[in-house]
Write a protein that binds this ligand. Structure first.
Ligand code: NAD
Length: 507
């Protein structure tokens, strides 16, 4: 019998890792079923993701894609506020166990630190009513070979590899933020999932693609391991159910039906899913049917990720570059997305600083898409002669400054690297402004919102925001000090325009 708590209705959902396997099915499903929900899909487009996974959602007016990293606190904070997010479904993670034996720091950075950034942003912005944290059955470790009941949600977490350890670590943070700050969290722990859109380093798509190539099919171990698999659409339905009816503070196992007479002397992950069943969810796709659909899909889409031969070897160690969504794919996605470039392009020539940065890179992509000629600056901002040379060479109509020190991996870095921070953020920016003025050029300077904090005139929750002409009042970090200082000094330059903090790139 189902015991559903009252229905929760989200308004604006941030889905992290949305261009990956499971989250793309969840995103497409929610977009299809709930035109009133706004969905913001955030993904850094790692090697295992594809924007093609989101094709069914991309032209819906209630859908936005944002390319970005959950580990970027500036981006995440900005998105929560600017997109008025009230719900987070957090799928983004490094997910391939084999890779975690190689570069496990990537797993710590993305799975633990990334989750921490999200949680902290929820704490600071105080506008999240539901945070669904997607974990895995692997956090339980291997089930005792003699166990004949599955792990229930309160079972001990005993991860056995770096991947599951980072997933368990992220869960601990989620739990702590719930206890310490009352964050409205729900955690899910799922079985293995299979179906279309899954990157072929994972077992089922790998076996299908190898079989299609007539190659041998490698299985880890001696073949006695038992794993449960759920079809992706059933899992997406489970997330739909948990989103609307999951009880806050609870953990839900998402698991295939218990099969009687399983050989119980096999190595396995074995879960109890009664809680989720109580909400009314049940797996509906039989293994044979799900497998048939998956094989059909891979047969029709053998080149979904381009050349994946590197992922088909028995123990692939994919790097975070080299595969994934290429520029052509991104451009194709952008060309049908709602961001259009309007206005006169003839005669425009942009000189952009900050090529390796996030905003600088995006500006280049937007120029490409909008047919605007541009070049990246070669000189360092604090090098007056080099900037003058750039201007002579490029002959720009506009100069964009998206260069600056923002900290590696976050603004705390600036506290211990003050000379570098001043050189780039203050001296560099002012030098560029000055050289542009001398050449009668308009300079667009990308600033930050991190120079303001609530005060008497702008109390928290009042809805009264800071205007462009307001004086910076937050100098709590060295980073914000330099940005506030340079913004003041830039007022002396009438050729400089500072748009409001464009911390995110929205489609
Ligand atoms: N696939 C399974 O069988 C399975 C089972 C149980 C739980 N899970 C969990 O479900 C979630 C999704 O798994 P999946 O199989 O769809 O994974 P996936 O590898 O297909 O997708 C992960 C996505 O996250 C993105 N990503 C990674 N790090 C990011 C970051 N720092 N910022 C922004 N985006 C980032 C990647 O680009 C990718 O699109 C994961 O949290 C995983 O641990 C998966």
């Amino acid at each position: 019998m189902s015991q559903q708590p009252d229905k929760y209705t989200p308004r604006s959902i941030l889905i992290t890792g949305a261009a990956g396997f499971i989250a793309s099915h969840v995103t497409n499903r929610l977009i299809r079923n709930y035109p009133d929900y706004r969905i913001v899909a955030l993904d850094k487009l790692d090697y295992c993701s594809s924007l093609k996974n989101l094709i069914p959602a991309r032209s819906s007016p209630n859908f936005k894609f944002v390319k970005g990293d959950i580990a970027s606190a500036d981006l995440v904070n900005h998105l929560l506020v600017a997109e008025d997010i009230d719900t987070i479904m957090h799928f983004a993670a490094q997910t391939h166990v084999d890779n975690s034996f190689g570069n496990s720091f990537e797993f710590t950075n993305n799975n633990i630190y990334g989750t921490h950034v999200l949680l902290e942003a929820c704490k600071v912005t105080r506008q999240i009513y539901r945070f669904i944290h997607v974990s895995t059955d692997e956090v339980y470790g291997e089930t005792d070979v003699y166990a004949d009941v599955g792990n229930h949600e309160a079972s001990q977490l005993l991860p056995t590899n770096p991947y599951s350890a980072t997933k368990a670590g992220a869960e601990m943070l989620v739990m702590a933020y719930r206890q310490s700050y009352g964050l409205p969290t729900i955690t899910t722990r799922g079985n293995n999932v299979y179906g279309p859109n899954q990157f072929p380093e994972k077992l089922i798509p790998k076996l299908i693609l190898l079989a299609m190539r007539g190659q041998p099919l490698p299985i880890h171990g001696d073949g006695s391991n038992v794993r449960s698999y759920l079809y992706c659409e059933d899992v997406a339905e489970a997330f739909e159910m948990i989103l609307h009816h999951g009880a806050l503070g609870h953990v839900y196992n998402i698991v295939i039906k218990f099969v009687e007479n399983r050989p119980f002397n096999d190595k396995r992950y074995f879960l109890d899913d009664q809680k989720l069943k109580n909400l009314g969810w049940q797996e509906t796709t039989q293994w044979e049917e799900g497998l048939k659909r998956t094989i059909d899909w891979y047969t029709k889409n053998p080149d979904w990720w381009g050349d994946v031969s590197g992922a088909l070897i028995p123990h692939p160690r994919m790097t975070t570059t080299g595969l994934g969504c290429d520029d052509a794919c991104l451009a194709e996605f952008l060309s049908t997305a709602s961001l259009t470039s309007e206005g006169e392009k003839e005669g425009l020539k942009f000189l952009i600083y900050g090529r390796t940065g996030w905003i600088g890179g995006l500006l280049g992509e937007l120029c490409n898409k909008g047919g605007i000629h541009f070049e990246y600056g070669r000189g360092r901002l604090e090098d007056r002669k080099a900037i003058a040379e750039d201007i002579r060479r490029v002959k720009p109509t506009h100069v964009f400054n998206a260069a600056g020190v923002t900290g590696r991996p976050n603004v705390d870095w600036c506290e211990s690297h003050k000379p570098e921070t001043i050189r780039a953020n203050v001296v560099g920016t002012l030098t560029l402004a000055d050289v542009c003025k001398g050449n009668e050029l308009l300079m667009i300077n990308f600033a930050t919102g991190c120079i303001f904090e609530y005060d008497k005139e702008h109390p928290e929750g009042s809805g009264i925001g800071f205007k462009e002409e307001d004086k910076p009042n937050f100098i709590g970090s060295f980073y914000s000090k330099t940005k506030a200082m340079v913004e003041e000094l830039l007022r002396e330059y009438d050729n400089v325009c500072t748009p409001p903090s464009p911390d995110a790139y929205l489609i």
